[in-house]
Design a protein around this ligand. Structure first.
Ligand code: NAD
Ligand code: MG
Length: 355
């Protein structure tokens, strides 16, 4: 039996994780948390809001599935890595914002990161056991989101409900908007850098509208391994929770008779500048990825609330990055201060644009 603590149990990933746990007799849900929705009785230990590491201390899980959205997931990520507890990581924001602190915590505590993000789960499976020197490059696929093919001018007036209509994945609102701006893929490039220790110039993005191929790794001998499967998050969730085994899920296998389409094209970085912005923040290192993430969280909320136009999301992120100093920090308190400063600046920029 593996004892699972599920953080973000009421969200899109959280609910799919409940299905996976329910269907697998070897997984036991020992604790569950949500941000604000009541979850009494969902698990032996539950918590709504507050410091999630208190729940983890009491629950003593074998694996923490961190499916909280945003920077709020960071303490649980660090807790798991520091204590040598397996971390099934959906909460990419924590690794983006705190990659260096997370790797240091992992170094000390030995916690393993088992990626739940579909592209990173795919890459992890293609890469497993390979030395960095054998790897040429990693390719993450992007569906392109609901606005694939549109020009920048055509994006000026898109609405939250249009942006929330993702063509291939059904996800929570924040990551769905990130997919529409391509910031999601930018965050994933940074996530991949920290997960796999590859320099940014060896992490590529390609647009692949049907989301069947999730990632591809090129090796130095000219071979490339790709991971394919229907877009269903229960597959990477199950893989992370049952690793190193691969449990049955009952989900359908790929069917060649139903018209599989594997098409690829380069991302349009002019219409979707968030991707390049994220890559630059990753390359700048220090706390630039933390600033990028914080500004993006504020701007996405502004867009979803109807206060900001779509194109303002990336604009606010860019302007916040240019205004907030982003030195490397040694601890969580230092990072929390940078995150707060970036939110303050992004909030002020949002109010300027609204008035
Ligand atoms: P969601 O909005 O559907 O759910 C978020 C969950 O986090 C909810 O249970 C909410 O109650 C909880 N939460 C929010 N703030 C909290 C706080 N302060 N303390 C405790 N809990 C809090 O989001 P989602 O789509 O499930 O995404 C979760 C994470 O997984 C995100 O980081 C996202 O980028 C990542 N992810 C999601 C998908 C997907 O298919 N949904 C795919 C890949 C990665
Ligand atoms: Mg992803």
């Amino acid at each position: 039996m593996k004892r699972v603590a599920l953080l973000g149990a009421t969200g899109s990933i959280g609910r799919q994780a409940l299905d996976v746990i329910e269907a697998n007799a070897d997984l036991e849900l020992v604790a569950a948390a949500s941000g604000s929705q009541p979850i009494d009785g969902l698990a032996p230990l539950t918590q709504v809001g507050g410091d999630l590491t208190e729940l983890l201390e009491r629950a003593k899980p074998d694996v923490v599935l961190n499916a909280v959205v945003g920077f709020a997931g960071l303490p649980a990520t660090l807790w798991s890595l520091e204590r040598g507890v397996d971390l099934a990581l959906a909460n990419k924001e924590s690794l983006v914002a705190a990659g260096e602190l997370a790797l240091a915590a992992q170094e000390r505590g030995g916690g393993r990161i088992l990626p739940v993000d579909s592209e990173h789960s795919a890459a992890f499976q293609c890469l497993e056991g390979r030395a960095e020197a054998e790897i040429d490059s990693l390719v993450l696929t992007a569906s392109g989101g609901p606005f694939r093919g549109r020009t920048r001018a055509e994006l000026a007036s898109v609405t939250p409900s249009e942006a929330l209509a993702h063509p291939t994945w059904s996800m929570g609102p924040k990551v769905t908007i990130d997919s529409a701006t391509l910031m999601n893929k930018g965050l994933e490039v940074i996530e991949a850098h920290f997960l796999f220790g590859l320099p940014y110039e060896r992490i590529e993005v390609v647009v692949h509208p049907t989301s069947v191929m999730h990632a591809l790794v090129r090796f130095r001998d000219g071979a490339a391994l790709a991971h394919v499967g229907y877009p269903d998050m229960r597959v990477p969730i199950s893989f992370a929770l049952t690793y190193p085994e691969r449990a049955a899920t009952g989900l359908p296998a790929l069917d060649f008779a139903s018209g599989l389409i594997l098409e690829f094209s380069p991302p349009d970085e002019e219409a979707f500048p968030a991707l390049g912005l994220a890559r630059s923040a990753g390359e700048a290192a220090g706390t630039a990825p933390c600033v990028l993430n914080a500004a993006n969280e504020v701007a996405v909320t502004g867009f979803l609330d109807g206060a900001l136009p779509f194109l303002a999301i990336t604009e606010i992120v860019e302007r916040t990055l240019s205004r907030v100093a982003a030195p490397a920090v040694a601890d969580l308190d230092g990072l929390v201060a940078i995150d707060a400063e970036a939110r303050r600046v992004a909030g002020a920029l949002t109010r300027e644009l609204v008035h």
